[in-house]
Design a protein around this ligand. Structure first.
Ligand SMILES: [Zn+2]
Length: 422
């Protein structure tokens, strides 16, 4: 997968994670003892080290005073250890595992490949799963580029949520501006300006590599002394795609992490507006097509699925509130079947209640789940197969709420006209 594709997937991945977190949040240990295991494995961890730690913990669990708790911890650990055998590498973002005997009285196992790198190494037993660190990932949405540019040097950084990474620090040998007087002033100034332009070109070239290929960013904020910033942005060698992404410039007096922190502080409002604006733009584009009757949009679950099947969709826009699971239920004793939809947060409750329900057709047999699918996952798979993009939109803003309330939370822009009569 290319970096660009990776970036496109993030709003979906974040939705999936949210979905998992909702599920995990509802789990408790079967007897409220501290027997549920949470295991965070950062990228680059040697799995053999994790395995030997798990074996140690297994041994230690025999010392737990309450025998049923000790046994529960051990069964969680054996489940984890047997699953670890099928994993050869923690992957580029690491993995997170949750396991234990929950209120269902069964060992439940969850493996999460998070959308952002796991930042901590953690083994923990508690009566609930430890999900704070996953929740933090939900907050960090998009990656932004931060550049500090002075005549004396530059700092390139990225920020994603609360995580700041310094990507490059460069020093320059451009002389300061006002060092000399008299006759040689003019010549000195000309040489200085030439050196400054070479320095700016060098930094734009680094930016092109860093912010387009290595760490693709949604937007760029530039900081530095007042004049230097504008001189720099006038340099022609900055790729036009990056130039379009510069959404703000700020006066910052110094470089390095402290300068980056100051820049981030000053740009905070601009960045949060930016995320909002991106979502609103998608919806505005949809509304514009609808208003002009171009035939290049459609909405509603049925029509969007139909358009996806015809490979006609460019972008699917889904409200995050459409977190619905379709459950196909069948009867054990007759041919009764029905598909019901539940919110993903109500899923556990639904499954629990199902065992008490009787078949309305033959009344005494048991109902079971034949199949289940989550709507956003299903839309995403179909979108991926046909080269369409899927964007999950929050309902925190007016346009997002309208998408949900007026259009059923699902809309799409199309590559070509599909339906007659539009
Ligand atoms: Zn029946």
């Amino acid at each position: 997968m290319s970096k660009q594709e990776e970036k496109k997937r993030t709003s979906v991945e974040r939705y999936m994670l949210k979905h998992e977190i909702d599920k995990l949040e509802s789990k408790k240990s079967f007897n409220m003892s501290t027997s549920l295991v949470s295991l965070y494995i950062p990228p680059g961890t040697r799995l053999s080290d994790v395995n030997s730690q798990l074996r140690d913990e297994y041994g230690t669990a025999t010392n737990i005073k309450d025998k049923s708790t000790g046994k529960a911890v051990q069964s969680a650990l054996s489940s984890i250890m047997s699953r670890m055998k099928t994993i050869s590498d923690p992957g580029e973002n690491g993995i997170v595992i949750f396991c234990g005997i929950t209120q269902t009285n069964k060992v439940e196992f969850f493996l999460i490949s998070p959308p952002d790198p796991v930042g901590i190494k953690l083994y923990l037993c508690d009566n609930v799963f430890k999900i704070d660190h996953l929740k933090e990932m939900l907050e960090s949405k998009q990656r932004y580029g931060l550049l500090l540019i002075e005549r004396g040097g530059a700092t390139l950084a990225t920020v994603q949520g609360s995580r700041i990474d310094i990507i490059r620090e460069e020093e320059s040998y451009v002389p300061g501006k006002h060092k000399m007087g008299g006759q040689s002033q003019a010549r000195f100034q000309r040489l200085t300006e030439e050196a400054a332009q070479r320095w700016y070109t060098k930094i734009t070239e680094i930016m092109n590599t860093v912010y387009l290929d290595d760490y693709p960013v949604e937007a760029i904020i530039v900081g530095g002394p007042a004049l230097t910033k504008s001189e720099f942005l006038e340099n022609k060698s900055l790729d036009y795609r990056l130039r379009e992404k510069v959404i703000g410039t700020y006066d910052i007096g110094y470089r390095g992490i402290n300068g980056i922190r100051e820049l981030l502080e000053k740009a905070e409002d601009k960045l949060s507006d930016f995320e909002l604006i991106k979502e609103r733009k998608l919806i505005q584009k949809f509304l514009e097509h609808l208003g002009k009757d171009t035939g290049l949009v459609t909405y509603g679950e049925k029509l969007v699925l139909e358009a996806l099947e015809k490979s006609a969709v460019q972008t699917v826009i889904v409200s995050e509130d459409v977190d619905r699971v379709n459950i196909e239920i069948k009867c054990d004793g007759c041919d009764y079947e029905i598909t019901e939809s539940v919110k993903s947060r109500d899923y556990n409750e639904f499954v629990k209640n199902l065992s008490d329900r009787k078949c309305p057709q033959c009344s005494n047999s048991k109902l079971y789940i034949e199949n289940e699918s989550d709507l956003i996952t299903e839309l995403n798979e179909k979108a991926e197969n046909t080269g369409a993009t899927l964007e999950v939109i929050s309902t925190d803003h007016e346009d997002g709420a309208m998408l949900y309330n007026v259009f059923g939370g699902i809309a799409a822009t199309l590559r070509y006209k599909l339906f007659d009569g539009y």
